[in-house]
Design a protein around this ligand. Structure first.
Ligand code: GTP
Ligand code: MG
Length: 222
């Protein structure tokens, strides 16, 4: 069953049919409902992996899973940015209408979970951006996957894309604060502060690695 929060998300998205699609409200809503379903499929797959870990390895690799559907105005802005006209077909070219963010406990959990997900028979890896091996200029770290998977409805099967962002608690801590700071300053951060933020990202990444090493030592000791 979808949680109250998820139902609220679907409800809000369906209520916000953009004026450009008002003549096709039903098709627009159906498309969003389909993305919502795909997002929940991915969420369930990850929850199942977490459950298995819990039983077999006696720990949870996932701290938290956050899901979101892209807001109507962001969809419209992205179509504009891509130079695409506002049609339902073009919306399907946006890979992150459905987004799942996975917050992992340890560094190694990121790649382990990503592999377990993309190895599944019904999951196709469409795109991978490894901002951990190659962090963004500002220090941002995260593993981004775009996956495609089938969702089954009463009479149809649809292949849907979902963006999955996988990061540690530490990476998420940095990304949340950086996002907040950027947002509050309209994306204009002073160069000195940018350097300072980048430095924080590096310190955090180093701490992540050290915590992983401590865990490995503890595992060895049994
Ligand atoms: P978008 O148009 O923003 O989706 O960018 P993109 O298509 O180039 O995708 P990319 O994989 O680079 O980033 C997509 C998402 O990752 C964003 O929507 C954010 O959620 C997250 N992200 C990317 N870069 C940053 C960053 O510098 N800081 C933070 N806080 N989040 C980021
Ligand atoms: Mg995005």
């Amino acid at each position: 069953m979808a949680t109250d929060l998820e139902n609220k998300l679907l409800h809000e998205t369906l209520l916000q049919t953009p004026k450009e699609f008002i003549d096709e409200t039903e098709r627009y809503q159906e498309l969003m409902m389909t993305y919502f379903a795909a997002m929940r499929e991915v969420q369930t797959k990850l929850e199942i992996l977490n459950d298995e870990f819990k039983v077999v390895k006696r720990r949870n690799p996932i701290e938290m899973i956050k899901v979101r559907l892209k807001k109507t105005d962001s969809i419209m802005q992205k179509l504009h940015r891509y130079g695409l006209s506002k049609t339902l077909d073009n919306i399907k070219q946006i890979n992150d209408i459905a987004g799942v963010r996975v917050i992992c406990t340890y560094f190694d959990d990121i790649y382990e979970l990503a592999n377990m997900l993309v190895k599944q028979d019904d999951v196709i890896l469409v795109q991978i951006k490894d901002y951990i091996k190659k962090p963004k200029q500002n220090g941002y770290r995260s593993l981004h996957l775009v996956v495609e998977l089938p969702v089954y409805f009463s009479t149809t099967k649809r292949m849907m894309r979902v963006e999955v962002q996988i990061r540690t608690i530490a990476m998420d801590f940095w990304a949340s604060l950086e996002h907040d700071m950027k947002y509050k300053n309209n994306n204009n951060l002073d160069p000195g502060l940018k350097d300072e933020l980048r430095l924080c990202a590096d310190v955090i990444a180093d701490t992540d690695k050290r915590m992983q090493k401590i865990k490995a030592e503890l595992d060895k000791m049994g």
